[in-house]
Write a protein that binds this ligand. Structure first.
Ligand SMILES: Cc1cc2nc3c(=O)[nH]c(=O)nc-3n(C[C@H](O)[C@H](O)[C@H](O)COP(=O)(O)O)c2cc1C
Ligand SMILES: [Mn+2]
Length: 500
């Protein structure tokens, strides 16, 4: 495994991107209202995802300059996403997880000794408490001393958006009974000087905690939001970790170095000590919801107005010279392709734990994560493709998948054209598709009711006689290995190249 750098905070990561030619500093003043989003969108749609951007002179809606620069697209390429997670290839983390999940304790002393590094990795994982005043609490604004609408350079990204939205927050909550805290990335619409929306959708960790607080009758639920942190930790709230698995623990695992945490000033919640900005406050479970949205969303459509809880900010802490991290959410492809892509690679071994027949899966950007999942399997029995679909529809946030297409292991599902070619050629549509029902993503604007709808499974595998296929199934075309090798040996001499 290649040794790669571990970054302790966002500014170190940005300096690294600057030094390696992955960052463009935008020095001219750029309006936070729509203009910055247009630059970000043009950048993210460049081949390979474009560079990271640091806007040094964000212009607030009243025409004044914010002293806080805005970082966008820091995760927006495979190279940057890998660097953020401390690896050269994202698959390395999948391999590390697969290694940890191996159930066998080997026999023999030497084999046991060889296992030790695997276990030592885990002792380096739990978060550590920062000693002294953490960087994220260098400056403190108490109630009445701040106005979010001018303090933070928050973007309004699309013309019909209901207002400015904080798009890259780490939202920390805890169950009223205690236990590990959750960290999720849920957008926050800035409503006023000290209030925002809290857009945790019903299937998410924050929403589950909210329901538990409401049931407990305890009223105000403490919520703390971090902006920034080390880049691995900044990614973790986007990952579909099972409930109860700590994002900070996972961040430490990815970094191979503990996440430094500090206790928030007003709540029993931990924050990444190296964050740029912290918003502390509460959601009052007895307060009526407020209208959130519309918001130009991951789907490429606007998510319409919907009622969501209100986050009251009572304290803001920050570094002396903070950087404000943001992302642009919108029509694909944007930065979330790489955040979601990292999750796809890192979580493959977990899917394989219960379904070892899965060779690979892929959620292409045009499917916006939940709309389309390609899966390749080693088919071993009749109906195997349907077994795998049903398994995926029962697995965490994968349960939200709208269309699942299963193909054989010879197909590279990362190659979407290849996956469609194979699946479409192999189906008799009536025989090989099935519909079922289940929870769907809250962002789905087509489902019959919010967050509930139908699903389609497509069995694109080679059909077996036991599945009722009585005709002869043809072989795939493949050239003889010998002939291929012969032509390959003199191919370059022929001068056959792509035109212009
Ligand atoms: C840029 C970005 C913005 C997101 N915004 C939201 C959001 O507003 N609401 C939401 O429920 N999920 C949102 N998500 C998805 C969640 O972060 C994701 O489902 C995560 O797994 C939730 O973590 P949890 O299981 O701890 O709740 C967003 C993801 C990204 C990458
Ligand atoms: Mn979680």
């Amino acid at each position: 495994m290649a040794e790669t750098r571990v970054f302790d905070n966002l500014r170190e990561f940005i300096d690294h991107l600057d030094a390696t030619g992955e960052l463009v500093r935008v020095r001219r003043p750029v309006a936070l209202d729509l203009e910055m989003a247009e630059i970000a969108d043009r950048t993210m749609k460049l081949p390979g995802g474009g560079p990271a951007l640091l806007f040094e002179q964000p212009v607030l809606p009243d025409g004044s300059r914010s002293p806080i620069p805005v970082a966008i697209n820091v995760f927006g390429s495979w190279r940057r996403m890998s660097a953020a997670l401390g690896v050269e290839r994202l698959e390395e983390h999948g391999e590390r997880i697969a290694e940890l999940l191996k159930p066998d304790v080997p026999k023999g002393l030497w084999a046991k000794v060889q296992m030790l590094p695997r276990l030592a990795e885990l002792t380096r994982v739990p978060p550590r408490r920062y000693r002294g005043t953490p960087p994220c609490q260098e400056v403190v604004y108490r109630e009445g001393e701040f106005d979010l609408t001018s303090l933070l350079p928050v973007l309004r990204t699309w013309p019909q958006d209901g207002g400015p939205f904080i798009t890259m927050p780490l939202v920390m909550t805890r169950d009223p009974e205690g236990g590990p805290q959750n960290v999720g990335m849920y957008r926050m619409q800035v409503f006023g000087p000290d209030t925002t929306g809290m857009h945790w959708q019903r299937h998410k960790g924050g929403a589950a905690h909210f329901r538990a607080w409401k049931e407990s009758g305890k009223g105000r639920m403490p919520v703390v939001v971090a902006l920034g942190g080390d880049p691995a930790t900044m990614y973790t709230p986007t990952a579909p970790l099972p409930p109860g698995i700590s994002e900070f623990l996972f961040g430490g695992f990815l970094r191979r170095k503990p996440v430094q945490v500090a206790t928030a000033l007003t709540a029993d919640l931990d924050v990444p000590a190296e964050a740029e900005i912290i918003l502390e406050g509460y959601v009052d479970t007895d307060e009526p919801y407020a209208v959130e949205g519309p918001f130009g969303d991951h789907t490429g459509f606007y998510t319409l107005e919907d009622p969501y809880p209100v986050f009251h900010v009572t304290t803001v802490t920050m570094r002396r010279n903070p950087i404000y991290p943001a992302t642009l959410v919108g029509r694909p492809p944007v930065e979330d392709v790489y955040l979601g892509g990292a999750t796809e690679r890192v979580f493959l071994p977990l899917a394989r734990l219960t379904m070892p027949e899965i060779v690979d899966y892929h959620m292409p950007p045009e499917g916006v994560f939940h709309n389309l999942v390609f899966v390749s399997i080693r088919k071993e029995y009749p109906g195997h493709a349907f077994k795998v679909m049903n398994g995926l529809w029962g697995m965490g946030l994968m349960s939200l998948a709208k269309v699942i297409v299963v193909v054989d292991d010879c197909v590279d599902v990362q190659n979407v054209q290849e996956a469609w070619w194979y699946a479409l050629g192999n189906i008799d549509p009536e025989r090989d598709t099935r519909f079922t029902m289940g929870p769907v993503d809250d962002l789905d604007h087509a489902s019959r009711s919010p967050s509930f709808g139908s699903k389609m499974g497509i069995d694109g595998t080679r059909k077996w006689p036991e599945e009722g296929f009585t005709r002869r199934w043809p072989d795939l075309i493949e050239m003889d290995a010998e002939v291929k090798a012969k032509v390959a040996s003199y191919w370059d001499e022929l001068g056959i190249r792509p035109l212009g």
